[in-house]
Ligand binder design. Sequence first.
Ligand code: GLN
Length: 388
Amino acid sequence: MTVCDRLRPFGTTIFTEISRLAAEHRAINLAQGFPDFDGPEHVKQAAIEAVRAGHSQYARMAGTLELCRSVADYFSREAGLSFNPETDITVTAGCTEAIAAALLGLLNPGDEVILFEPYYDSYRASVALAGGVPRFVTLRGPGFEFDPAELSRAVSPRTRAVLVNTPHNPTGRVFTRGELQSIADLCLRHGLVAIVDEVYERLVYGGPSSHVRLASLPGMAERTLTLSSLGKTFSLTGWKIGWAVGPAELSSAVRAAHQFLTFAVSTPMQHAAAAALDSPPAYFDELVTSYRSKRDFLADSLRRIGFTFRDPEGSYFIYADHRPVSARLGLTTDVEMSKHLIERIGVAAIPPSVFYEDKAEGSKYLRFAFCKKDETLAAAVERLRSLA
Ligand code: GLN
């Protein structure tokens, strides 16, 4: 009754809901995507030193210049793209704030935004908060590619932006250069802004496609906001440090909203975030090696039980068709299957139909997170084996 019309349809986010159920039933949580291990010592040490040094007052509204410079250097090293730390980078409270600030800063009421479904749930809620209208393009299994003709059909004279997430949550896909080029062509043809969520940018396991930044395609740096964060790359999801990177004009829209959402983000953590981004290449290599082995273990185990899926090329999720397993139990939907797993088996996974306009499409799948200690994954698999 008290929640406004814009937000009432979204209820409580599925991540909170399932984590609560997992705790209630003492289920192993392979649902919400957060590591059950700690972030790197050198980054924690940098945070402790920043607190001790008294970096305790409001930071610059758009982010400490030190962190903005580190983000700019990171982009120039990783993508060969050059950004001005003063005007082109905005530090936000995690990527989730960057998404909201970008949409709130860019959309007028009635402006349309193209979303690929399944989508991270905050996208749709943030479009609604901004008074925008979502248009959907479906990624369909087993490969979760999109149909470029469907993408073209989603454009209307009211389209303002397309929101892309690669590597993709929840499917684990990494969009190919060809797919990104077709999105770029569309943006250039219709004058659209691209908003790209790249939080899983470093979690790529070497499939057919390596991670390509949409902003690096010809003509796109001028019209792309790239969003990312510390959380996934440094196993620090609770620090909530993210950033939006794009030309001054687009960044000024992000800042217009950010200044009234959070104004500025935790100062000492920004100091530590700068240290994180300056980590040596070996740090990133070890992260990928460790996640690849977790992915392989969980993928192999889930397949033996009967789930079907292609190995994720990126992210820390396995997006599995549960129907061969749920059919044996007389269950049909993702919600039924997730409930059964939590209550009877003691393992939590995300039922993803909430990530779709077309609920029936999402009802076939469950999302399992493998950002967990090896022993957590082993214990979960031990429980899941009873389904085989
Ligand atoms: N991004 C994380 C996931 O997909 C969770 C984010 C959240 O809990 N808000 O699991």
